[in-house]
Design a binder for this molecule. Sequence first.
Ligand code: M6R
Length: 608
Amino acid sequence: MCGIIGYVGSGDAVPLVLEGLKRLEYRGYDSAGFALVEDGQLVVEKSAGRLSEFMASLGDSLPSGRAAIAHTRWATHGAPTDNNAHPHTDCTGRIAVIHNGIIENVAVLRATLAKHGHSFRSDTDTEVLAHLIEHLYEDSLQGAVAAALKQVEGAYGLAVICTYEPHTIVAAKQGSPLLLGVGDGENFVASDAAAVLQHTRSVVYLDDGEMAVLTKDGYQIPDLDTTRVAKAVSPVDWDLATIERGGYPHFMLKEIMEQPVSICNTLRGHLLPEDGNARLSGINLSDAELLEFDRVVLIACGTSWHAALIGEYMLEELARVPVEVEYASEFRYRNPIIDDRTLVVGISQSGETADTLAAVREAKKKGAWTLGIVNVVGSSIAREVDGGTYIHAGPEIGVASTKAFTCQVTALALLTLRLGRQRALSVLQGREIVEALNALPEQVKAVLAKANEIERIAEQYVRAPNALYLGRGYNFPVALEGALKLKEISYIHAEGYPAAEMKHGPIALIDGMMPVVFVAPQDGVYPKIVSNLEEVKARGGRVFAVVTDGDDQIARLADHVFTIPKTLDSLTPLLSVLPLQLFAYYIAVRRGCNVDQPRNLAKAVTVE
Ligand code: M6R
């Protein structure tokens, strides 16, 4: 996620904000930059790539000023290039803006501003803000920013400086974190306390709808109507390392807990409730073109491959389009049958997985239209495909993929709506799915609020040498994913199976030493999975089951149960996977494993 730091005081602003950016590096970013007013002129320096390279490129003679804003960008609109890096400026080069978040009505704003003669140099939504502020500036930066934000829909944490008021920073927050660091003769604005902690431990957390006007001698917090808001100053008593992980002991836990927000971000701007459909303009295909495909091939690796399997179940059941799911590594070498009536979708968190990238290229060579479901904007796969959608999960730092998985499944639900509404899905079914998707973030939140229950259950399984994960239907891929999570980070050998397949071999392993994790919500295959569970219990197996709220049938059979809320069958994986992520996490922590960087694994597998 992007990072913001701004400084106004009597110190030399640029070294201070660059140091703040270093503190924000852990969040992940792809470009960096800063702006300040030096001798009445706006100076902007920015570039794509690592902060260390950017700083080296600046040399020793840094521009000098008493107020500066700086940013690390993690691309959302537009590729990670020098041009798209923040700060962004207006036409006159007098106003500079840094911004975290997504402006949803950017297209309308850009078109209106263009009519007024503004021209744009980047692909970003942020640049539009700079022009909008310029357009509305009369005699005060605060007034112009407030007027601009009244026209903006979406999420932002932002900071603005301009040559007209060189000793002032104006900041504002809506849906993206922002705080003030209160110093003695100096003040800071930052997206994260880590950036200011070296200088002050007194912070003011802004709330949505609030602005801040900072000078060296103080700050004011008005709302967009300039009514002043009284805010408490809070002490920060965490150390830096804890803050970087948002107070969580590990990035993996932080990322698990971020899922209510990350799923919202995947859905943002895509749902069409009235039509029971999804807007996916990034796929670059008209309705007529989309109807030409007679099958879909989903290619991916690891966790993304598990998401693809869920996509297959969704697309076939609801959109009635034939789907194949391929391991990218197999696909690329086995001369698959692909033609221009095949829609090939590469799914990848990093967008850099070598096998998936090569498979996408192979599919293109054979004439397929290729789409990407990717997290990292501007990554190789995102650039290679003919279209697609970003999942906007934010940077995933823990090696074990968690929030990217649920966002990928969410994106596949959007694709299902888009393809389904043209084929087999009625408007009523579509609306039901849209409604259920909208309800998901709150349901995810409710499940994650019970993490301590999972922690207690996990305690019982810490010493298991093996584990079997079983699920059916939509929850078979969840069983695979649960097993992968456990083996990756705890080094316990774990296997996932379709529950009924157990009788064809793995049942031989069942004894009191083999924990069996059942993913058994009340869906269309529930009675079947209850029978499978009885078979395990009859052989003395120890069972932990993930079931739907109110299920007392399995509660009577299993040794431990964890309940999740009811949703549509096709969306249950988005809830049932959560306890399995937490289960793996707590077991690994109790076993003393390096949860965020498990042995032998890399976050992006860029080699074959
Ligand atoms: O970046 P990608 O989604 O393409 O990565 C694919 C796999 O390498 C990845 O999902 C891997 O399995 C993770 N370690 C799973 O937690």
